[in-house]
Design a protein. Structure first.
Length: 743
């Protein structure tokens, strides 16, 4: 809808509201303002944003802008070239609008910048008849190359960029300037064929391709007719699919979506008794968009692996994807038509960490497969059955020296908790920091590294909207101090709570120390000063609670890279400060001996974990010790679990809790088996419950040495390691709010 259409409709609405005898004029004005705001919408909705990314663009303009919205308006208003993207530097208040986007120009890694690209120029699909298609398809459906719209040979065009400047007639891309009902077309380079139509796939707004991973339609009811719950709502069902955490999954309103690799789009329902259900989305009739090159070796997570390996890491033969014996499943060729689930070959249809398959062993449902990684040269199929070296034991190294160029640990999580992208993968971010280009940088798997001598180890993230971040690692101290006391219950370090210590917690937003030089040793400019750099956003007046005193390093904007300051160097606007992470007993104790694997999704399939990586995880079992659910030990006699795990019975005696187990069967000799004495379910709609154990699980806690990450005295749990403080806070909040208990 155009602005004039919105204003015209608003005028009609205004006259209608004024004629209502029951409505005050001020109410009419308020409603009209709300109407206009909803009609105009958010200007940034038409953009895909990527944090920490910059474009190399030849056609660009550098402008001043006080906000991202202002920068977006400048991009829309540009007339000297088509603005396809812009990048915004918040600290510099600088806006750069560009004619190129990531499809035509390389992306560079850059601090404190956000890249915004117009969706319409990134899309390679059509809506309706494709009049607004602005993709880069340049061949007809018969494979003939298109003629440039500005050329007069071999055909003199009726439609040209000069005649239709708004029709997007660029290069030789398929377009629909005359609103042809058959869709985009082009003049061809074949003298005998004046024009032909292009095979542009439909955008997934009315139908879905493949499993609906890119479906963007507005269906909001499930297969049985239940209305979908809004994604930004936690009622009636609490969940982790928050739109802000999945910015590129298009979790708008209550529309059906597929953010986690299910067979088709789904949603949480508004029925308290039905947590979620699939939606009935029709399949598109046009071919799906190309999925990219396929490989006979492992590249990234192996989503495009099309090799012939059909044996798991343990030697089990794979079950055919089309069969339901010995294991019933929904990863079928019908549900995943674009994943090439042929025969019984190992595949990765649902975003697992690597290709896998169901096995023909009744006792082993599924396992990953050993797929040789792709090297710098093509891999022939004759080598695919070569033995693969056994997996090495991860190196436990949770701190780094200097700037971390020598760090070779196995941490793979950023400061904000995002998972790192594999260095050999080009998904979701394309880059040049590969093991081939940096052979001595230790770019193994997706482990945090520092190949380019940055200030500390970093990685590209698996979040499409955040290109890279620094990792959640601390600098190694000269001496490793033994933790000899238990942290106070409920006293959790707060990254935003002001702290005068010369160290920071989290991203250092609450840092109030007196560091006043950058990582390069340059003195900081005072926040109240306007020399040598003028600035207006981050001043003591505009941010009175940000601690912008003198010229001390601060983090007023919550930058994930930590405290920073404007510098006294006239040619360097700002830089970050070298503020170390605080060494806190309540923050460091309880770290797993081996870093846990992160499994996304709604616990469909799950993934195999390493021993000692989730030591406070419990197995909830029936009276005959059959495992059916999980939980977390949050105090010596309390287990936190989910309400839906207790649907089979409300009697505590129906359940048993197993602690210290590393596998479901063949339990170790030192595991604990405890009875449940009481159970407490949360209020309706809150999928949370507490189990009180029949006795205390641990009589005393022995904390780990930071140097060895092991315990001086073995507890009954084996190795006792958990993020205990946060869990304890959750427990007491639950007790206070829901159970009425006092601390």
């Amino acid at each position: 809808m155009q602005v004039n259409d919105i204003l015209g409709l608003g005028h009609t609405v205004f006259r209608t509201l004024l004629s209502s005898p029951k409505m005050e004029h001020k109410e009419v004005v308020l409603l009209l303002l709300l109407f206009l705001k909803s009609g105009l919408g958010d200007p940034l909705e038409d953009y895909v944003n990527t944090q920490g990314a910059s474009l190399f663009s030849l056609t660009r303009k550098q402008l001043g802008a006080g906000s991202v919205d202002e920068c977006a308006r400048k991009c829309e208003e540009e007339t000297s070239f088509i603005c396809r993207a812009f990048q915004y530097h918040s600290k510099e208040q600088q806006c750069v609008i560009m004619a190129e986007n990531s499809k035509s120009s390389p992306i560079l890694r850059m601090r404190d910048v956000v890249l915004f690209e117009k969706r319409i120029y990134l899309s390679e699909c059509k809506t309706g008849n494709g009049k607004n298609y602005r993709g880069t398809m340049s061949k007809t459906k018969s494979g003939v190359t298109c003629q440039k719209w500005s050329d007069n040979s071999p055909h003199i065009p009726n439609y040209s960029p000069e005649k239709l400047p708004q029709a997007g007639l660029e290069e030789n891309y398929c377009r629909n300037p005359d609103n042809d009902e058959k869709g985009p077309w082009c003049y061809t380079t074949d003298p005998n064929t004046r024009f032909d139509y292009c095979n542009i796939p439909e955008c997934e707004d009315e139908c879905m391709h493949c499993s609906g991973e890119n479906y963007e339609g507005k269906i909001s009811k499930t297969m049985s007719g239940l209305v979908c719950q809004f994604w930004n709502s936690q009622s009636p069902h609490a969940h982790g699919y928050i739109p802000a955490k999945f910015p590129n999954k298009n979790l708008k309103m209550n529309y059906c979506r597929n953010p986690d690799g299910e067979p088709r789009p789904w949603c949480f329902t508004t029925d308290p008794n039905k947590r979620w259900e699939y939606c009935n989305i029709p399949r598109c009739t046009t071919p799906p968009p190309p999925s990219g090159p396929t490989y006979q070796c492992l590249k990234g997570r192996g989503e495009n692996y099309q090799g012939l390996v059909a044996v798991t890491v343990s030697g089990h033969t794979c079950q055919r994807w089309s069969e339901q014996s010995p294991h019933k499943h929904n990863r079928t060729p019908e549900n995943f038509p674009c994943k090439n689930l042929d025969e019984n070959y190992c595949r990765n249809p649902d975003g697992e960490t690597s290709p896998w398959c169901y096995t023909t062993n009744k006792e082993v449902r599924w396992e990953h497969c050993n797929i040789p990684p792709c090297g710098s040269s093509p891999v022939s199929t004759e080598h695919l059955d070569a033995p693969v070296p056994p997996e090495q034991t991860p190196v436990v190294q949770d701190c780094y020296n200097g700037d971390g160029q020598s760090y070779r640990g196995t941490s793979s999580t950023t400061l904000t908790g995002r998972k790192c992208q594999s260095w050999s993968s080009m998904t979701p971010h394309r880059h040049q920091k590969t093991p081939e280009n940096y052979p001595n940088a230790g770019l193994t798997m997706n482990y945090c590294r520092n190949p380019d001598a940055d200030k500390s180890p970093w990685c590209y993230t698996t979040d499409p909207s955040v290109r890279w971040e620094y990792c959640n690692l601390r600098k190694c101290s000269s001496t490793e101090v033994l933790v000899t006391h238990s942290p106070a219950v409920g006293q959790v370090p707060n990254a935003e709570a002001p702290s005068e210590a010369d160290c920071m917690i989290g991203n250092g937003k609450g840092y109030r120390g007196k560091k006043a030089t950058t990582v390069a040793g340059v003195p900081c400019q005072e926040w109240a000063a306007q020399e040598p750099h003028r600035h207006r956003i981050f001043t003591p007046e505009t941010n009175p609670r940000a601690g912008l005193e003198k010229n001390y390093c601060r983090n007023p904007d919550g930058d994930v890279n930590g405290p920073w300051c404007y510098t006294t160097n006239p040619v360097k606007l700002f830089d970050y400060c070298d503020v170390p992470q605080c060494v806190s007993s309540s923050f460091d104790c309880g770290k797993p001996k081996v870093e846990p694997k992160k499994c996304s999704g709604r616990i469909v399939g799950g993934c195999v974990s390493n021993p000692h990586s989730w030591p406070w995880q419990v197995s909830l079992r029936t009276r005959i010790l059959k495992h059916f659910c999980g939980g977390t030990l949050i105090s010596p006699e309390w287990v936190l679990t989910a309400t839906h795990c207790l649907e089979r019975s409300l009697r505590p005696t129906s359940y048993k809790v197993i602690l210290g187990a590393h596998q479901e069967f063949n339990l170790e000799a030192d595991v604990q088996e405890l009875e449940v004495s009481k159970l407490f379910r949360g209020p309706q709609g809150a999928d949370i419950a507490l189990l009180k154990l029949s006795r205390v699980t641990v009589e005393g806690l022995w904390f780990a040495s930071r140097r060895t990450n092991t315990f001086y005295k073995e507890s009954l749990l084996g190795v006792l390691a958990v993020h205990a403080p946060i869990s304890l806070v959750c427990m007491f909040v639950f007790q206070t709010l829901f159970l009425g208990l006092k601390k």
